[in-house]
Structures are given as C-alpha cells and as structure tokens.
Write a protein that binds this ligand. Structure first.
Ligand SMILES: [Zn+2]
Length: 278
C-alpha cells in the first residue's frame, strides 16, 4: 500500500524566528523573503528527508500560514520530488477540500512550525487562528487552535509528531498523548537556536517517530460536534436575526452544532463574520 505522509505547516513556530526578528513571519516582508522562508523550508525539508529515509512514498503538504495570500511560505523547489501541495483557493483553510485530496488512510500526520494557542504563557506569537478577536475555540470541549483544526480534520489518522515552539506541545499532546514532540525554540528556558542547529534534531527525531509508528495513536473525535468560540476584550458578536445553521449567539460566545468536524469548521467561517468591535 502507498504510504502517504500529511504535513501541516505554519510559521510562527519555525526555527530561527523570535521576537527580535518577528517580521520574518510577516508574509511579503523583506525579512520573510530573505530569511523567514529559509527557516520554515529548512524545518519542512528535515521532515521530508526523514520521511523519505523511512520509505514514505508521497508527502502532501498544506502550507497554511497567511492563508488567503497566494505565495507559499515554503520554497517548494528545495523539497524532494515526491512532495505535493494541497490545492485550495489562495491556500485558504478549506479543511473539507484538504481532507478530500488526501488518501482515505494516510500513513500519518506531522505538524511543523506550530505556535501555541492564544493566552499560553512562555510562547512565541501565541494566537488562536486570529487573536484578537478570537480568544478561544472549542470542539466537543477540546480547546483547539490551528493544530487542532488540522488534526481533527484528519481524525482516524495517526498523529506522529509536532514540531515548533515548546509551548505548542500542550495543544498537540491534548490531541494525542503519544506524539513525538520536537521543540525548536523554548521561551521559558531561553533556548533560541538557529535553523541549521535544529535541522538534524528534527530529522533524527522524525526518523525515530516513524520507526515507532505502532505506538502512535489515531486522532479521535466524536460526531456530531459542538463548537464554541469565545471573543477577546473589545469584541462582541452582532447577533444575527436568522441563521441557517444550528447555533446560538451571546455577546461574547457563539455555539454551533455540526454533523461532522468538517462542516463545523466550515461554519466557523460564517460565525466569524458576526464579530464586531465593542
Ligand atoms: Zn501562522
């Protein structure tokens, strides 16, 4: 059977990017072009090389940082030939379409360049999709941000590893206890290595993680799903007169119910449209 690896890439948790050079994550900035892209490409390349040494047949990547902008953050030409990118409109978070482009039973999921949820301490650039205005997002009472959105879209798939800011490991571990955590920076312990230092760390640990696939767990979620979104200070929901889905709004919280994770995540975009300044 073909062994297909799914990789979800964000950038705030990439190697080599910290507060002092934070504009490296700003899509289109000169530091993003000259440096940020190299950082995240290095991390992703380490994962791809490890996967290929473990005889993975195909690697499918979703590069989701600054979704809505056409240009990828990763430099695709520097990656192995068996890498393919998920195709969504302007790289938007279209999880239903992303899931549909992958195999029914991918070999596993690896998340790269990941940051912590909004409100986490000792974190580089923590946020929940867009914070403000979003303070927190829950699905079936699980507190999720980008890592959770991706992982639960791929439920039933084994979650192999999370790579990124040390503080992002918390969300990843809540999804799967047994994943391999590969921090590339740690604010609490002031560990700020460059991307060439973390490259071999990522590669070695991913090889080990893939070799240990029998001990990795499938991502689980029960459907139907209840979603909840909470808002930051200075933002509230403009309560609509009528909505076309099952849900409720209060000033600071919205709930909605969906028969599947995919549909719930799609409704997320509609709920978001009702956020206004207080
Ligand atoms: Zn991002």
């Amino acid at each position: 059977m073909k062994r297909q690896m799914i990789i979800y890439v964000d950038m705030e948790g990439a190697s080599g990017i910290f507060e002092y050079n934070s504009s490296a994550v700003i899509h289109g900035s000169s530091l993003w072009y000259g440096y940020g892209k190299k950082c995240i490409t290095s991390d992703v390349l380490a994962v791809c090389q490890a996967a290929n040494e473990c005889t993975i047949d195909e690697i499918l990547i979703y590069d989701g940082h600054y979704a809505g902008e056409m240009e990828n953050n990763i430099i695709v030409d520097e990656l192995p030939k068996n890498v393919k990118l998920f195709d969504t409109w302007k790289r938007c978070f279209d999880w239903r379409r992303i899931r549909g482009q992958a195999d029914l039973e991918p070999f596993g999921l690896i998340t790269v360049g990941q940051h912590a949820r909004y409100g986490e301490t000792d974190a580089y650039f923590p946020h929940t999709i867009q914070s403000p205005p979003i303070k927190a997002l829950y699905v079936n009472e699980k507190h999720i941000a980008e890592i959770g959105m991706c992982a639960y879209s791929f439920f039933g798939t084994k979650y192999i590893a999370n790579i990124g800011c040390m503080a992002s490991m918390k969300e990843a571990k809540e999804i799967s206890q047994n994943i391999t955590c590969i921090p590339v920076k740690d604010k609490k312990n002031k560990w700020e290595p460059n991307y060439t230092e973390t490259f071999p760390i990522i590669k070695e640990n991913i090889i080990e993680a893939i070799d240990d696939i029998k001990n990795k767990e499938k991502i689980e979620i029960y459907e139907p799903c209840i979603f909840k979104m909470e808002l930051c200070d200075n933002y509230k929901f403009r309560e609509p007169e009528k909505i076309a889905w099952k849900g409720t709004f209060s000033e600071k919280e919205a709930y909605w119910e969906a028969v599947s994770v995919e549909m719930g995540l799609e409704l997320f975009n509609f709920v978001r449209k009702y956020i206004i300044n207080e």
